[in-house]
Design a protein around this ligand. Structure first.
Ligand SMILES: *Cc1c(COP(=O)(O)O)cnc(C)c1O
Length: 352
């Protein structure tokens, strides 16, 4: 029986027999062969569907470790700043652990699905009149001066848990690492965690190579690409709307050590990829997740993969579920047509 990522990858994680494991059976998410993208790219393209974690994003992999360690260390309160998914995950795992949870969100900038998760799991939600970077600064200070445990990705246990996604991908590919991994970059913890995972798995002898890491920021929130803090980040992809990433330096190391790149995609490219994934691959993700596929398509336009020669194995990380942010799905689409409750009226409307 699948019992979550800690039980599965225990020997790679900072837990002992005394650690109370707080798990919602996260991980074990599908690696789906993307037929339309594979055909388009002339490569083997796979989608790692992290939206199928218990709270609908990859944050659960990190949260199971962070909250288990918090519980082991006797924490009574956990706190985080969040563009939404971290708070949803923290709230659920804290509920399971019986620990109080406080979340700071940037006012008006959190998708409805995520906000409702934090509320229903009974976290205390505080909206801050400022952006994510501001909110993160505040919770870091609170954690320094009060007996409250910070569960943002600056908590190293978060990245320890998140690195297990790299192990899973290698296992799902029958003991090989992909040639390329494409991933959205926000606070840059996840790209850091994946790189750690791949290199550890290689050192342990489970794979013989590591992938080239290809990260993508949104154009209006691309501090790493621009080599400069963005004081007012802007993008539809709220989960990566971050102007001063906490894991900036380690993301650059992942990029450089793997011989990869971190580039940016426009909101338009993100939304095109978002619709493509839903309409052609049958996979519904939130806009931030589509940044990986938008990046893949951008690199294809630049003939990036042609240079690689042989048929490459490419894995795109799809970080969160589409139902998190239904408002984005309804942007610019036609409302359903209403007809009489009558078979002939429906057949007529079907336009066969
Ligand atoms: C958190 C998150 C990201 C960004 O991950 P970082 O580790 O901050 O770079 C991307 N997509 C989704 C859906 C997220 O929740």
């Amino acid at each position: 029986m699948w019992q979550g990522i800690i039980e599965k990858y225990r020997k790679f994680l900072p837990v002992t027999d005394r650690t109370p494991i707080v798990s919602l059976s996260e991980g074990n998410t599908p690696l789906v062969r993307a037929h339309s993208l594979s055909e388009l790219l002339g490569s083997e393209v796979y989608l790692k569907c992290e939206g199928l974690n218990p709270t609908g994003s990859f944050k659960d992999r990190g949260m199971t470790v962070a909250v288990s360690k918090a519980k082991e260390n006797g924490a009574k309160v956990v706190i985080c700043a969040s563009t939404g998914n971290t708070s949803a995950s923290a709230a659920a795992y804290a509920a399971k652990a019986g620990i109080r949870c406080v979340v700071l969100i940037p006012k008006g900038a959190v998708a409805l699905g995520k906000l409702s998760q934090a509320m229903v799991h009974a976290a205390q939600v505080i909206a801050v009149d400022g952006n994510f970077d501001k909110a993160l600064g505040i919770v870091r200070e609170i954690a320094e001066h009060t007996p409250v445990t910070l569960v943002n990705s600056v908590n190293p246990f978060r990245l320890e848990g998140q690195k297990t996604a790299a192990f899973e991908i290698c296992d799902q590919l029958d003991g090989r690492a992909p040639d390329y991994q494409v991933i959205p970059v926000g606070n840059a913890g996840n790209i850091t965690a994946y790189w750690k995972g791949y290199t550890e798995y290689k050192t342990a002898g489970h794979v013989s190579s590591v992938p080239v890491m290809l990260g993508f920021q949104a154009e209006g929130a691309a501090p790493i690409v621009r080599k400069k803090i963005v004081s007012k980040p802007q993008t539809v992809a709220t989960a990566i709307k971050i102007g001063n990433p906490a894991s900036w330096k380690s993301a650059e190391r992942a990029r450089d050590e793997s011989g990869g790149l971190i580039d940016m995609v426009t909101d338009r490219e993100i939304l095109e990829a978002y619709r493509f994934l839903a309409a052609k691959e049958g996979v519904f993700v939130e806009p931030a997740s589509a940044a990986s596929v938008a990046g893949l398509l951008k690199l294809k336009r630049k003939s990036f993969f042609k240079k690689a020669g042989k048929k490459s194995v490419i894995v795109c990380i799809l970080t969160g579920h589409g139902l998190k942010d239904p408002a984005s799905a309804l942007l610019g689409v036609k409302k359903p047509k209403t007809v009489r409750a009558d078979t002939r009226a429906v057949i007529k409307a079907m336009d066969l």
